[in-house]
Every structure is written in C-alpha cells, then in structure tokens.
Ligand binder design. Structure first.
Ligand SMILES: NC(=O)c1ccc[n+]([C@@H]2O[C@H](COP(=O)([O-])OP(=O)(O)OC[C@H]3O[C@@H](n4cnc5c(N)ncnc54)[C@H](O)[C@@H]3O)[C@@H](O)[C@H]2O)c1
Length: 424
C-alpha cells in the first residue's frame, strides 16, 4: 500500500462531501459453506479493531472468510489496520463497498454515519454488520430509508446488538409466545454503569492532528452541522449531541432490543422521557448521563428503560456487557433471570393456576457467535438474523422518540399510518 494510493483515495474522498446512494442493485448470490466470504470493515477505531480481532479468531478457527478491506478517514488508524490484517485500504467507504471481493460490510463508524453507509452497502448488494445504534437520534427519516433499503434489497443485515446472541432472550420469547405469562403487560429493563468511560476517556491519538489528506473532516461531519475542525469532536465524538446520544443510543439498544422482541410488540403509541447531566457536568459534555424512558404500545404493553452512568448497582441480575436483565410481566405471572443461569417463571399469586417453573439458560451472549450467525445467514441468504433490520427499526424508533421528547420536554407520539413521530 503506497503513500500515493492513500493520497489519491484521500483526494477523491475529500472531493465528495455528501454520501452517495449507490443505485446499482446487484443482489448477492447464495454462497455455500465452501465459498470464501470477503469482509470489509469501515471505521477502524476502538470497535472496528475489536471486530477485526474477532474476525481473525473466526478465520483461525477455520471458517472460510477473509478480511479483504478496511476503510477510515483518519489515515494513521487506516494504515495500522491495513498493515496488521493485510487488507486493502480505502479512505472512501463507497470504494470499499464497490470492491468486488467484499461480500459483507462491517460498519463501525460514529453513530451519525452508520445509516448512510448501510444504505449504500444494501443497494450495492452487500450484506451488513452494522454497529448500534443503527442511526443517530435525529435521523428518524434515515432509519426509515434504511429499513426500506434492507427490505427492498436482498441484503442480510445484523445489528451489532450482540446481546441478541444470548439464548435467554430467545427462550423467554418462546415462553411468552407459548402463553406461559398470559397476556403480556410490562417489560422493565435498563442499563446502570459507573463512569463516563467511552466519552471523556476516548483516546486522542494525536493532539496535533489537522485536517487534510490524512484526516477527512468533512467525511466525519456527514450530515451534522458544518463546524470548524475540533480535535475533541473528532476523537471524542461521544460527548457531543451532533454525533451521539449518551446512554440512550449508546447503551439502551443492548437492553431494549430483546424486550421488544420478547414481548412481540410493534411501534409504540407514545414515549415519555426524563434525564440530564446529573453527575459528569464538565465543559465539553453535551449528552445526558442519566436517562429514563417509558414507551406505551397499542398492544397494551408498557416498556420502561431506566439508567444512569453514575451508579452501577444492579438490583436484578445483569448479563453481557452489564445490561440489566429484564423482568417481563404478564397477566398470569412474570419472567426474570436468577443467578445468570435460569429463567424463573413466578405465577401471579392471586391467579395462581400455574406452578412456578425454572428453565436452564442454554448459552450466554457471545460476540463471535453474533458474527457467525451473520456469516451463516449470509451463506444461506437468510434474512432472519438474530438482530435483523425490522427489529432494529422498532428499537431505534423508541430511542428517536425518547431523545426528541427529552430534548424538547414534550411527549413523542407515533403516527402509525404515516409512520411519523409527532411531538406535543
Ligand atoms: N456493540 C458494542 O458493544 C459496541 C462497542 C463499542 C462501540 N460500538 C459502536 O461502534 C461505533 C464506533 O465506536 P468506536 O468506539 O469504535 O469509535 P471510534 O471513534 O474509536 O472509531 C470510529 C472510527 O470511524 C472513523 N470514521 C469517522 N467517520 C468516518 C467515515 N465517514 N468513514 C469512515 N471512517 C470514519 C474514525 O476516524 C474512527 O477511526 C459506534 O457507533 C459505537 O456505538 C459498539
């Protein structure tokens, strides 16, 4: 990989500020277990590098996949990843997507970039592992467009909510579908953590970095307001509302997705939300550290998501990355998790027709299995991944509504007919 190649790709990338939607739709052909799948990773910062090392483990375990390309708009990170994984380097995500050796595109860029890159990948006939949140909190229309792009194309899509690889949630969902808890009524979940970890602590690789061929600031901005280059905004984007949403969009996809899936609900009628910066009130931080939301569904189901980044005590069991285990309440009883090993069914005392029951959890969250699930679905052309786009759309709609309601101090309603969020 020559410096000249980098300069060429950088210049090309810098010349096109807007994201382009690829219009050619070449649908991927089925791949058998023996065919090699090429993977391209866009965004090789913290999470992108985790993906690369997970993919390396999958390759070392003998799966016939290959890391063929990487993309980043910050050249030092791009160079490092390209060299370490012997992958082709691109500074423009559309060039990576157009690379015929790329079958699956992994998107690990900042939140406000995901949706555009995923739409480009879907319409180019590529399969997608997209990091959560699927879009930025202000981009509801983009979420809709992405849902349409994935539905219209033959794209197999997995959202990076790796908690969905945990069998506990599939088992709970089956128990609810089988009628064990009777009419589903309420799902309580949340995420409690200590520290502002990935925000103030996001590394600044080079305090003297400047915009130019090695750092494409316009590409970073995407559809966000056009501001002068700012080192904190670039390296510590999680602090800023233009690019992130705090725990709402960073953490709650890991807690809410499974509860929506277990309860089998669609889009909510109304969402109310309260929150703020209650602990980490320092100069740069714009996003809340404490956030609580309630979503009410036409199915007569309510979901609550509570959380703060200022106290990590968990009254109920946590699983995976620390997300609080949900309690699922129905008219005949409730489901909860005991000792991280069992699902407990507790019948409602006053109705008491059913005995208490315990079910062993088969396996826990596993990010590698989340990847394997996508790889297998990609080979089988099966769109039913563990965390597919229709589910991501439902989850993200609640998060959009919550963040908009919180910022405007209003209630968010969902117009089901027009598929629109209305604040009042
Ligand atoms: N599923 C999980 O457990 C998990 C964990 C961590 C992060 N994430 C998600 O992964 C995403 C990335 O987070 P991170 O911590 O790695 O951030 P990061 O800042 O460390 O990495 C993002 C990278 O994207 C690059 N980039 C920015 N704009 C780009 C563009 N237009 N095209 C190509 N590259 C671009 C940046 O230069 C940077 O190297 C976030 O959306 C985050 O929510 C998920």
């Amino acid at each position: 990989m020559s410096r000249r190649h980098f300069v060429q790709t950088s210049a090309l990338a810098a010349s096109s500020v807007a994201f382009s939607v690829t219009t050619t739709r070449s649908y991927a052909r089925p791949k058998s277990a023996n065919d090699k799948l090429g993977i391209g990773v866009i965004g090789v910062g913290g999470r992108g590098n985790s993906h690369l090392s997970m993919l390396k483990r999958i390759i070392d375990d003998g799966d016939n996949i290959d890391i063929v390309a990487v993309c980043d708009i910050y050249r030092p990170r791009l160079e490092r990843a390209a060299q370490e994984y012997h992958a082709r380097a691109y500074m423009d995500h559309n060039e990576l997507i157009a690379d015929p050796r790329v079958d699956i595109v992994c998107i690990a860029t900042p939140d406000h970039i995901h949706g555009y890159q995923a739409i480009d990948a879907a319409y180019a006939g590529k399969d997608i592992y997209c990091e959560k949140p699927v879009t930025h909190w202000r981009q509801f229309e983009l979420t809709k467009r992405l849902a349409k792009a994935v539905a219209e194309s033959n794209c197999v899509f997995q959202l990076g909510t790796q908690a969905m690889s945990d069998s506990a949630w599939q088992q709970m969902k089956k128990l609810v579908q089988d009628g064990l808890i009777g009419q589903p009524l309420f799902g309580e979940t949340g995420f409690f953590r200590i520290g502002d970890w990935g925000e103030r602590d996001m590394p600044i690789d080079d305090a003297n970095a400047t915009v130019g061929a090695d750092l494409l600031w316009e590409k970073f901005l995407g559809d966000a307001p056009r501001l002068e280059f700012n080192i904190d905004r670039f390296f510590r984007w999680r602090l800023f509302e233009d690019y992130a949403g705090g725990p709402v969009t960073d953490l709650y996809p890991h807690s809410l997705t499974q509860v929506i899936d277990i309860l089998g609900v669609g889009f909510p009628d109304r969402v109310v939300a309260l929150g703020g910066i209650h602990r980490y009130d320092y100069e740069l931080r714009e996003v809340p550290d404490t956030f609580n939301l309630l979503a009410q569904y036409p199915e007569n189901v309510t979901i609550s998501v509570l959380g703060t980044q200022a106290n990590d005590y968990n009254a109920t069991t946590t699983r995976g990355a620390g997300q609080r285990c949900p309690v699922i309440r129905g008219w005949d009883g409730s489901l909860s998790i005991i000792d991280n090993k069992e699902i407990l069914f507790t019948p409602l005392q006053v109705r008491g027709a059913k005995p208490p029951q315990r079910f062993d959890i088969k396996f826990g969250e596993d990010n590698i299995q989340h990847w394997r699930n996508l790889i297998q679905c990609s080979r089988e052309r099966n769109k039913e991944t563990w965390s597919p786009m229709p589910l991501a759309y439902k989850t993200q709609t609640v998060l959009h509504m919550a963040m908009l309601a919180y910022r405007k101090k209003q209630t968010a309603q969902f117009d089901h007919e027009k598929e629109q969020i209305v604040l009042s």
